[in-house]
Design a protein around this ligand. Structure first.
Ligand SMILES: N[C@@H](CCC(=O)N[C@@H](CS)C(=O)NCC(=O)O)C(=O)O
Length: 230
């Protein structure tokens, strides 16, 4: 049986998204695509139900309960008020529109947040392929020395040069977006934010962004809570 826990007290942000959502995801500590969805909910003050499948039970659940909810048979899957949502990045953009924040105001801003998110999506795909590869001992170190460096340099350059990002600390300067959360999570999952952001010492602008995400009051409280699993 997956573990099911309820967090938070429903408030105006729950009203904006149509109720109290339930997320179905792997019991993968505070990592993965599902964690970005939790991060946005925590930041926005959204109460939610967290259903976690252990790695042992997941293969069976994938064929049954997950397959019933999602034809592509993977997670995260979100249920809200009888509605099923799939595809983590589409969900984040959907919640951003419903909340009226997290995706910029102008068309230029929305484009730039989406573009930066999509680079992080490409990065995560490469990270996951290398990290969960049967020959991980070879593929992950190679990824760390090649593709990961390419993405780190690309983000550092974009954040330093693009007129919307330059003022910092976020992708859209002072305004947080879902793209910051997506980027933060891949930095975290690649173990670059741990030990005082040690992995970002050569990337000051990325470090500034990751620091700013961690300092957001609700994110800070989440990270300091028992429900944050490292
Ligand atoms: N594009 C999908 C990708 C979903 C995906 O690959 N999820 C992974 C976990 S992060 C998964 O379900 N892995 C186990 C499986 O494929 O059954 C999304 O963003 O939601």
């Amino acid at each position: 049986m997956p573990s099911t826990k309820q967090y938070g007290t429903a408030g105006p942000a729950n009203e904006a998204i149509g109720g109290i959502p339930t997320i179905h995801y792997l019991d993968f500590a505070s990592r993965g695509r599902g964690q970005v969805v939790r991060l946005m909910w925590e930041d926005a003050g959204i109460a939610y139900t967290d259903v976690r499948y252990s790695f042992e039970e997941y293969p069976d659940s994938k064929k049954t309960v997950i397959a019933e909810k999602n034809p592509t048979t993977n997670v995260p899957v979100v249920e809200i008020n009888g509605k099923i949502l799939t595809q983590s990045y589409a969900m984040l953009r959907h919640f951003a529109r419903q909340l009226g924040e997290y995706d910029g105001k102008t068309e230029e801003e929305k484009y730039w947040a989406d573009a930066m998110c999509d680079i992080a999506v490409d990065w995560r795909t490469q990270f996951v392929n290398a990290f969960f590869h049967p020959q991980k001992e070879e593929t992950y170190p190679k990824h760390q020395q090649t593709e990961r460096v390419r993405f780190l340099n690309a983000f550092e350059t974009h954040l330093t040069r693009h007129e919307l990002s330059r003022p910092g600390p976020y992708v859209l300067g002072p305004t947080v977006t879902y793209a910051d959360l997506v980027l933060y999570q891949v930095l975290h999952d690649e173990n670059l934010t741990q030990e005082g952001m040690k992995g970002l010492q050569d990337y000051p602008r990325l470090r500034q962004l990751a620091d700013a995400v961690e300092r957001r009051p609700n994110v800070k409280a989440f990270r300091e809570s028992e429900r944050y699993l490292g």
